[in-house]
Design a protein around this ligand. Structure first.
Ligand code: SF4
Length: 756
């Protein structure tokens, strides 16, 4: 077990992508002892008749040509296709107290979970139990609890069928506490767009990347987090479109990318993709975009799509007045950009006839996230860049089916019509009151109001801020049930009755069944496993939820029928979503369609399901954030910390210690710092440091054992890896309105370790 963390910083010296990406994918399979399976994986991943990559939610090309997956996808696939097992023998040898000191990557690297497990407090180990006993215990445990004290978490990897059944099971049981990973990522995007455009989903398809004249990538590092998007950007730049990025970091993928699917790229010939990366400071995107709009309007309204504004929008006047009143000094200070840079962006935007904006966690993990997303949409509306080819809003989701889970109702708040139809279809009453989101559930665990926690995948206790306190709180629960493919840290904190139920993954054959997923651009398609499960005791998630339902609420649904035929689930999904989400007519019949089908998006057709029936501009001030407040409270030495993902991880899953695109090798406990901030604190490059979190809840939070790395990052801004840095933040540090944790705006103090 390798727990060494000894990071070194050196230039990678090669383009992003290229032959290193292919080598890394091959290595991932070799490390799992299944080198030859990479062939099947490349053949079947994201291909009609194959399985959907369990990585991010970037859409498939569906052109049937060549490989349609990336290095990161192949790592996630190898991680799942492994033949290693975390079986009864393993758990008998390793008490949880010992496993808790293992690094996260080593926990998951043990292998696949192959049989139901129950926590045995006497030996502090998990013990194997038969399925019927596992379901009986879960049902008994739930029956003994007040449903209002139980939460049902959904990670974005679950299929539509499993997520739909999970939310029904929870609601029929009486709980609507359905937190999901969207609460932790794009909740602000969904809320902001629904409010302004009437739909909470992106308005573009992959074809729009082929038609756009300008693509603005905001708060996103696609080379590591959505690598196939790099190929789309690369193609766009090659055909003459302009790609720019707003990002505190000048990420390698933007300045030097080699597409491994092209011979030149495979031979290592890279190319610049983004004309320029505008180095906003952390949280400075809103100010930068207000600057662009202010400059655009100052140049004359003839540059706007006045016809579109008149015919399709409302609220333009209030926005115009707000922008006119906004001070350039404030814009420049808050954005971190120069006036000349803002004018450059405005030149590009004014000249472009079709612009699309993409964004990710760099926008949504802030206190003012909703305001920033709405500012992006304001910018697009000014030139009618919604609902026409090459133009639109693209929140790129980080989990393969997080959007599908939401469409299936696996969330705390759903339309009344969906609940009506759920009751009509199943003939049983369901919980209709809104439920808690992820932060609400974590607070419920901390204050003891929640006594039961069930999770359909995920690693809640690590993804959530204040993880160590939340994990400890899980142990006070009467019941914890984890449906999982691999062991993770959250599982090491079982409740009094703690169960782990082994699920099949995307790559595992589930008899002859297919499941469905929905990507970031509303394409819904089938996924079929390609390899025999490691054990007959592993179950497909939909069948597994049916088994729990049969034990807990035997009469509430034809569980057996649905477990035997997933088409029966899709028939009920179709009935429950009618009039709630268009596009599910003949759902089961259309599942086999190669490439799947697009769920209509009203805003993409310029139909605005908003309060006014028009697209609505929204005015937002450049409000103070947690770092501003901490600087007023503590002093100017306070730094703004953003958490980032390395190139060797996917969400909380860490495959390895390297982040080669940023030149970090052999460790993750690093803090990227500006050289002037280092000098100003008497800290040498590479020196040991102590990091203090300055949350407003008064709970002391410190991290030790980190190294400072001199890095090209704006002054006053620092970066560290997720999830290692999340113990520095309070649950209350979250986006206004949607309570999405503000993982990218954590006020901290940094000192030499000695001064710790
Ligand atoms: S871009 Fe995302 S979905 Fe596509 S193969 Fe890579 S990780 Fe998987």
């Amino acid at each position: 077990m390798d727990d060494k963390d000894d990071p070194v910083h050196r230039e990678f010296g090669h383009p992003a992508g290229g032959r290193h990406a292919v080598a890394s994918a091959l290595t991932a399979f070799a490390r799992q002892g299944i080198p030859l399976k990479v062939v099947e994986s490349f053949r079947a991943a994201n291909r009609a008749g194959g399985f959907d990559c369990p990585g991010c939610a970037f859409p498939d090309r569906n052109d049937g040509r060549g490989v349609d997956s990336c290095e990161q996808g192949q790592k996630a696939i190898a991680w799942e296709m492994t033949r290693r097992v975390a079986d009864a023998g393993f758990f008998a040898r390793h008490p949880l107290a010992e496993l808790r000191v293992w690094p996260d990557r080593e926990l998951e690297n043990v292998g696949r979970l192959t049989q139901p497990l129950r926590y045995d407090a006497a030996s502090d180990t998990y013990r194997p139990i038969p399925w019927d006993e596992a379901c009986r215990l879960a049902a008994t445990g739930l029956a003994a609890l007040n449903p209002g004290a139980v939460a049902f978490y959904t990670s974005g990897r679950s299929s539509n069928e499993a997520a739909f059944l999970w939310q029904f099971l929870a609601r029929a049981y009486g709980s609507a506490h359905l937190p999901d990973s969207s609460n932790l990522c794009h909740e602000p995007s969904g809320y902001a767009m629904k409010d302004m455009l009437g739909v909470g989903k992106g308005t573009c398809t992959l074809d729009d990347f082929e038609a756009a004249e300008l693509i603005v990538v905001i708060g996103q590092n696609p080379a590591s987090n959505h690598p196939r998007m790099m190929a789309a950007l690369h193609r766009a730049a090659a055909r003459g479109a302009t790609v720019i990025a707003l990002n505190p970091l000048d990420e390698l993928g933007f300045r030097d990318f080699a597409d491994p699917k092209e011979l030149g790229g495979l031979l290592g010939r890279g190319a610049r993709v983004a004309r320029k990366v505008y180095r906003v400071k952390i949280g400075g995107d809103l100010a930068a975009l207000k600057g662009v709009m202010k400059s655009l309007l100052a140049r004359g309204e003839a540059l706007l799509d006045q016809e579109f504004i008149a015919a399709h929008t409302q609220g333009f006047e209030a926005l115009r007045d707000d922008l006119a009143a906004e001070s350039w000094d404030a814009i420049l200070v808050e954005s971190g950009l120069t006036r000349a840079e803002i004018e450059e962006i405005t030149d590009l935007y004014a000249a472009s006839r079709a612009t699309l904006c993409t964004w990710c966690m760099g926008i949504t993990h802030h206190e003012h996230a909703v305001a920033t997303v709405q500012t992006i949409v304001n910018l697009l509306l000014l030139k009618g860049n919604v609902g026409r080819p090459g133009a639109g809003a693209v929140p790129v989701r980080g989990h393969s089916n997080v959007q599908g889970n939401r469409t299936m109702g696996a969330t705390g708040k759903v339309p009344a019509r969906f609940l009506d139809q759920l009751e009509a279809v199943f003939g049983v009453p369901v919980q209709r009151a809104p439920g808690l989101d992820a932060v609400g559930v974590a607070q419920g665990l901390l204050d003891g109001t929640l006594r039961g926690f069930l999770a359909l995948g995920g690693n809640f206790g690590v993804a959530i801020p204040d993880g160590p306190r939340v994990r400890a709180a899980l142990e006070n629960c009467e019941l914890t049930v984890h449906v999982a493919t691999k062991l993770n840290r959250t599982h090491l904190h079982p409740g009094r009755l703690g169960l782990i139920l082994p699920a099949l993954g995307r790559t595992d054959r589930d008899r002859d069944e297919v499941v469905t997923v929905e990507d970031s651009m509303s394409m819904t398609h089938a996924s079929r496993g390609i390899q025999e499960p490691l054990s007959p005791a592993m179950r497909g998630e939909p069948a597994l939820v049916c088994a729990l339902g049969e034990a807990l609420l035997p009469g509430a649904a034809p569980w057996g029928k649905m477990a035997a035929d997933y088409g029966a689930i899709r028939g009920r999904i179709e009935a429950c979503l009618a009039g709630v989400f268009d596009g599910f007519a003949d759902y089961d019949a259309r599942v086999g369609q190669p490439g799947g089908f697009w769920l209509p998006n009203a805003a993409a057709r310029r139909q605005w399901n908003t309060a006014s029936g028009r697209a609505e501009f929204r005015v937002h001030a450049m409000a103070e954030g947690p770092v501003h407040r901490a600087r007023r409270r503590v002093g100017p030495q306070v730094l703004a910390l953003m958490t980032v993902r390395s190139h060797d991880q996917f969400n909380t899953t860490v495959y390895g210690q390297d982040d080669r695109y940023r030149g970090i090798f052999g460790g993750r406990r690093v803090l990227f710092m500006n050289a002037r901030d280092l000098a100003g604190r008497g800290i040498a490059d590479g020196a040991a440091i102590a990091i203090e979190g300055l949350a407003e809840d008064g709970v002391p939070r410190q991290l030790h054992g980190f190294r400072a790395v001199a890095y090209d990052i704006p002054e006053g801004c620092v970066a560290a890896y997720f999830p290692e840095a999340t113990p520095l933040m309070a649950l209350s540090l979250a986006s206004r309105i949607t309570a999405t944790p503000a993982y990218k705006e954590i006020p901290v103090l940094v000192r030499p370790a000695a001064a710790g």
